[in-house]
Design a protein around this ligand. Sequence first.
Ligand code: 5GP
Ligand code: ZN
Length: 125
Amino acid sequence: MAEGIRTVMDDCIFCKIARGQIPSKKVYEDEDIFAFQDINPQAPVHFMMIPKRHIASLADATLEDAKVLGRILALSGRLAREQGSPDGYRTIINTGRIGRQEVQHLHVHVLGGPEPFGRMMPRSA
Ligand code: 5GP
Ligand code: ZN
């Protein structure tokens, strides 16, 4: 397949991490998926799972991406257990401006640890 914009982005930090061009603490890797520790963890367990192929955000995903996105979700429980969150975890996908996405390569945050989190969203404005 020709390497287009959705395959490799030269100036994308997460493409570089997936290719090993920027160091990261790897959690898991296969042909299509890379998982690594968040550099600024927000919980005792905090890693990210990304498709190796560049997809800018969940809003940019198409049905062609369904398989890798399904595999990421299906693998998240095993990796969360292995990373020390056996009793559940929270997945977060920040998307676009409204979702306050900071890195423009689709990533699934997996957060966990020994204690339950607070509510998902504040109740008041
Ligand atoms: P977002 O706000 O886009 O959902 O999350 C971006 C996440 O990427 C943040 O949690 C941030 O700590 C993490 N991050 C940004 N740059 C790097 C990096 O170079 N290495 C790693 N491991 N994580 C990063
Ligand atoms: Zn990328």
